[in-house]
Design a protein around this ligand. Structure first.
Ligand SMILES: O=C(O)[C@H]1O[C@H](OP(=O)(O)OP(=O)(O)OC[C@H]2O[C@@H](n3ccc(=O)[nH]c3=O)[C@H](O)[C@@H]2O)[C@H](O)[C@@H](O)[C@H]1O
Length: 412
């Protein structure tokens, strides 16, 4: 029988001790995405004790292991990847700005779990060049896993600058530090399926055109692919960009459809289901978090070395881009039916024509390249993955047989 921690973090098999009482005490899960200003929490850093914690967290506990700086470590994918790396003996240091795009208490809860496993998360922004330089002064990171980003396709119309802040300015600040570091780390970072934009050729292959973004989010991710290319070309940084396809699962993002639908269904509120042209159902190549974690770890393992030193390229370095999808698109109404089945509650559907806010009608990944180069092989279908998500959701938010438990908000 799987342990609680396996269920909470299924991507990290093994024995992590989790304080059940604390992880379950969550009431507060409003999605913050409707605000048009993002708060970036700043915290003090530096000092002997701080450096000691960073070094300790970065320590490698296996032969040929790596020490990885994970940005966005308190985020959905970042927390899962950090735990998977730590679990197998790699050194991990996290950084996260704990902004309020969605409920920061969920990010704090993830941080709490990571701390329990000896992973230190620095509270700071990847735009803070001094902080990033200090981190590289303190630890010779072999790899950087850049998962810090402003996510969400539709929110880009509300708060465009937050996308430039994190996905472009922050990325450049981070790459500047990587290029100057000695030795240079290899960089793996999160691009997005959204770069395929209005591409109609299915399934989407890495060689397909990506010059027709449908949202500013997609445009900033596409810009990231071009920006990382220049750092590879000029400075010899080893770069791997991963095009994630609608990642879902336990500890997920409350702004995403599967998460907000679950919340509304349980609360008896209507859900809005978008429809495309001629009332066609929208579809996504929903990809389960455990599969994505395997793709991320496989990318780190095969990244190859950066070749620069002293800020100068000494030879060609790998530049790679991979689709990480499930190769099995599912329509949004089917997603809703699966949730109804798992929740045992009927949804109140409200069908609405897809607003012109950056959405694309469907996504479908061709993953043969990732299969060949990374050994990537997704194994979780949507029904199975959503079952795990629902189980986590009910436990995390304290639902008990359809009734909401009265729980106190956990204070960190
Ligand atoms: O692959 C990506 O790169 C992106 O994946 C994700 O974007 P999307 O695929 O748009 O996921 P998500 O919002 O869950 O909407 C899913 C479906 O539900 C439909 N949808 C949505 C909301 C709603 O109220 N109603 C609705 O029908 C909606 O029209 C869509 O058809 C990440 O959020 C993004 O950060 C990025 O990583």
């Amino acid at each position: 029988m799987p342990s609680l921690e396996d269920e909470l973090f299924p991507s990290t098999p093994g024995k992590f001790k989790i304080d059940r009482a604390n992880t379950m005490n969550r009431q507060f899960h409003r999605c913050f995405a409707s605000t048009s200003t993002i708060r970036y929490f700043t915290a003090s850093w530096g000092g002997i004790q701080w450096e000691k914690q960073i070094r300790h967290s970065a320590q490698i506990h296996r032969s040929n292991g790596m020490s990885v700086l994970v940005t966005g470590a308190a985020g959905f994918v970042g927390s899962h990847v950090s735990l998977a790396l730590k679990k197998r003996g790699d050194g991990v240091v996290g950084i996260d700005n704990f902004n309020n795009y969605y409920d920061p208490s969920l990010k704090r809860a993830r941080k709490y779990l990571l701390n329990n496993q000896g992973i230190f998360i620095v509270e700071g922004d990847i735009n803070d060049a001094r902080l990033i330089a200090k981190l590289f002064d303190t630890v010779a990171f072999t790899h950087v896993m850049n998962l810090a980003a402003q996510a969400g396709v539709r929110y880009a119309m509300e708060n465009p600058h937050s996308y430039v802040h994190s996905n472009i300015a922050g990325l450049v600040t981070l790459l500047e530090a990587c290029k100057s570091a000695n030795p240079q780390p290899s960089v793996v970072w999160a691009s997005s399926s959204s770069v395929y934009g209005l591409n109609e050729k299915v399934p989407f292959s890495e060689t397909d055109r990506t010059d027709q973004p449908a949202s500013l989010y997609a445009a900033t991710k596409k810009a990231g692919e071009e920006i990382t290319h220049t750092y590879n070309h000029i400075y010899g940084l080893s770069i791997t960009g991963l095009r994630f396809f609608t990642v879902y699962g336990p500890w997920g993002r409350p702004d995403m459809a599967y998460f907000s639908f679950t919340r509304n269904i349980l609360q008896g509120k209507p859900i809005t289901v978008y429809r495309g042209k001629d009332r066609a159902d929208l579809a996504r190549d929903f990809t389960f978090i455990d599969d994505i974690v395997k793709g991320c770890v496989g990318s780190l393992d095969t990244s190859g070395k950066s070749t620069g030193s002293g800020g100068k390229k000494r030879g060609p370095a790998p530049y790679r881009i991979f689709n990480l999808g499930n190769t099995s698109p599912v329509t949004v109404p089917t997603l809703v039916s699966i949730l109804e089945r798992h929740l045992k509650v009927k949804a109140k559907r409200k069908f609405v024509d897809m607003p012109g806010n950056g959405d694309v009608p469907f996504t479908h990944a061709n993953i043969s390249l990732a299969q060949r180069e990374l050994g990537y092989k997704p194994t979780t279908d949507l029904a199975t993955g959503l079952k795990k998500f629902v189980k986590w959701y009910l436990s995390y938010y304290g639902y008990n047989h359809g009734k909401r438990c009265k729980l106190d908000l956990f204070i960190y």
